[in-house]
Design a protein around this ligand. Structure first.
Ligand code: ATP
Ligand code: MG
Length: 651
């Protein structure tokens, strides 16, 4: 992973010339953003409309016991007005949202900014009638349908705080989140079609609400029209109410620091944290990163495949794109239904220009072979993006060659629920990309690499250690809902004066950044510290390997041994010979120090519902400590774990 070995991919001259930000401009803007952050962000904040202009830009303190983060604090604005109303004069008939349903034979919808306005206002009026007002909490537990966007924007319009719970979550997880923020209303749908199956969302909500205050109301959107039970006085029929609800609604002037939403982290490393985002700073940051990272231009069709249940869906399906007056695709389905060509079919159908997905999806589709891609015309694609986990160079190359035809820059965006928007990414017209590297900090972001035990700042290149951020930025989370102490302890206690990301990184000889995974995932083998991501990438580079997860386990001689869980490509045989071959393979790819001690075949890996490998569970299994697996509520398929425990390898 050093600059001497990494191949680089420069943007074409045409791309660089046409881009919002080329190399010179990046250097200049980045330098300005650190030299005079308030000046830089004052200027950037002009991209949103303020009802009352702010006078002070930032007021931030990272000192433990005193942490407080404020941006544009005396300004007032409304997020829904910024995402809808202000576009009506010029874009009323432009498509705001292209909705692509789960089944390719059902009709896609083109929702114009005018439609979006009406839908949002109706939803807002219904919520008001249900007693929701400024500062109240609303939980959204919905499929990926336009009403989910209406619901988010309706909350923003009337000043309510939304908390979205991914529709794949169980009734227990939903109840915990409803109670956690004392929500007044839960908005749900009858069913959530996904991959040809329909999850009974309303039934789940019914079960969850048994464990909530009986004052909580339930607003139900009809998606399939399938049968549901109904509790009179608690349940409200959105479709009936929207027939008579007014399609205009007053915009509530909100303070910049009023919370816009609460959203829980994915739960990869422990109990999910209820992240609180602000109104003004968040919107400015989401809009700027959306335009810059994806080089979004008027008329482009932008598709982020995430679910609105994750922060990626908040910032890059709804708030960022709509603040920029964009056309954003909202996809209800999954990448492999009806088959593994679906993403590419949708790209062709809607002439998608920017496509943004996760490494887990790329690896899964790569494992299915190129034939699924060949039938689709992908010539509209201009920029590709990835988010969520480190992307293995092998997957990066496939994405670049097979999907991008070698012509589309790939933005490997590193960020977190906590950060509101991208913190590191190459910019498509500015940077020569290196497969697997998040490359450069975004404007205003000052990364520091710290020695993990002494907290010494590692200057110069190359450097490797814990990744912290020395600056604040407008999109930064403000607190953990109801638990400011947990906020301070989690992010500001270990490395005083910095925002601690929990991730490790390398800065190579050129000063480019590589995320090496969670700090917890660094292992120490015979005194050598290494990120497990590197061993995983080596394994995935083997033609028979589809996915791999690597953890440490106690080893009598080495201190820690290397324990690998490996999923093979479809059709490959799990044999002892292959085990030996993989061991040799990693040894040649990285070196003898990285040689796997144990390789367990894993037809399935434990993943969060957002598709990330939960290494903390794999670590427990490798350590033979599976009695206490910790919080598994965010696990997508718990049965995978039993199987892995049963087949644990013994040294
Ligand atoms: P929890 O905080 O509850 O353990 P989580 O960290 O998975 O869950 P998210 O906020 O969804 O919750 O994920 C952010 C994390 O995802 C980052 O801290 C990083 O570890 C990883 N990540 C995201 N994008 C990238 C990327 N482009 N490259 C490498 N890692 C990434
Ligand atoms: Mg995290």
């Amino acid at each position: 992973m050093s600059s001497t070995t990494a191949k680089t991919y420069s943007p074409s001259k045409a791309m660089a010339d046409a881009a919002h930000v080329n190399a010179d401009r990046y250097d200049r803007m980045y330098a300005d953003s650190l030299a005079d952050p308030d000046g830089f962000w004052r200027e950037q904040a002009a991209r949103v409309d303020w009802i009352t202009p702010f006078t002070e830009v930032s007021d931030v303190d990272f000192t433990l016991g005193n942490v407080s983060i404020n941006w544009f604090a005396d300004g007032q604005l409304n997020v829904a007005a910024n995402c809808i109303d202000r576009h009506l004069a010029t874009r009323a008939d432009q498509t705001a949202i292209i909705w692509e349903p789960d089944s390719p034979t059902d009709e896609a919808l083109h929702i114009t900014y005018r439609d979006l306005h009406a839908g949002t206002c109706k939803m807002a009026n219904i919520l008001k009638d249900l007693g929701v007002g400024r500062g109240d909490r609303v939980v959204i537990y919905m499929p990926m349908i336009p009403e989910a966007a209406f619901a988010m924007l309706a909350c923003a319009r009337i000043g309510a705080i939304h908390s979205i719970v991914f529709a794949g979550f169980s009734p227990d997880a939903l109840a915990a989140r409803v109670n956690g923020c004392e929500a007044k209303v839960v908005i749900t749908a009858d069913y959530a079609p996904r991959g040809g199956k329909a999850t009974p969302l309303k039934t789940n909500a019914d079960q969850a609400l048994l464990h909530c205050k009986d004052t909580v109301k339930c607003l139900v959107v009809k998606r399939t029209g399938g049968q549901t039970t109904w509790t009179e006085g608690r349940d409200y029929d959105y479709n009936a109410l929207s027939k008579t609800a007014a399609d205009t609604c007053h915009v509530e002037p909100m303070n910049a620091e009023d919370p816009l939403f609460i959203l829980y982290t994915s739960g990869s490393t422990g109990q999910p944290k209820g992240v609180v985002h602000s109104t003004g700073g968040y919107l400015v940051y989401a809009a700027l990163t959306h335009e810059t990272t994806f080089d979004y231009k008027d008329g482009d069709v932008f598709w982020c495949t995430a679910d609105v249940g994750w922060v990626t869906g908040h910032s890059y399906i709804v708030y960022g794109p709509l603040a920029n007056g964009a056309t954003t695709v909202m996809f209800e389905g999954v990448p492999t239904y009806p088959d593994a060509s679906r993403f590419w079919q949708v790209c062709e159908k809607h002439k998608v220009n920017q496509f943004y997905t996760a490494p887990t999806a790329i690896r899964a589709l790569m494992g299915q072979g190129d034939d699924f891609v060949k039938g689709a015309d992908l010539s509209s694609l201009r920029i590709l993006g990835t988010v969520g986990e480190p992307i293995n160079p092998e997957a990066w190359n496939w994405y670049n060659d097979v999907i991008g035809g070698g012509r589309c820059p790939i933005v490997d965006t590193w960020w977190q629920t906590e950060t509101g928007g991208h913190l590191m990414t190459p910019l498509p017209g500015a940077h020569a990309m290196k497969p697997g590297s998040a490359m450069k900090p975004f404007f205003g972001i000052k990364p520091v690499v710290l020695e993990p035990t002494t907290a010494e700042v590692l200057e110069g290149n190359p450097a490797e250690g814990v990744l912290c951020i020395a600056s604040s930025w407008p999109g930064q989370m403000r607190t953990v809902w109801g638990d400011h102490e947990r906020f301070e302890k989690t992010y500001f206690a270990d490395y005083p004066g910095y925002y601690f990301t929990g991730d490790g990184c390398k800065r190579d000889a050129d000063g480019d950044y590589w995320i090496t995974g969670r700090v917890d995932d660094v292992i120490n083998v015979s005194g050598h510290r290494m990120g497990t991501a590197e061993v995983e990438s080596a394994l995935v580079a083997h033609p028979k390997v589809a996915e791999a997860a690597v953890v440490g386990y106690p080893h009598a001689i080495k201190g820690q041994g290397i324990y690998c869980y490996v999923t093979l490509m479809g059709g490959e045989e799990y044999t002892d010979e292959l085990r030996a071959e993989l061991r040799k393979w990693v040894r040649t790819e990285i070196g003898p120090i990285a040689s796997p001690d144990l390789i367990q075949w894993a037809p399935g890996l434990p993943k969060t519902r957002s598709g990330k490998i939960m290494r903390r569970i794999l670590r427990k299994i490798a350590e033979n400590d599976h009695a206490t697996l910790g919080d598994t509520s965010t696990l997508a398929d718990p049965s995978v774990v039993d199987d892995l425990v049963k087949n644990r390898m013994n040294s």
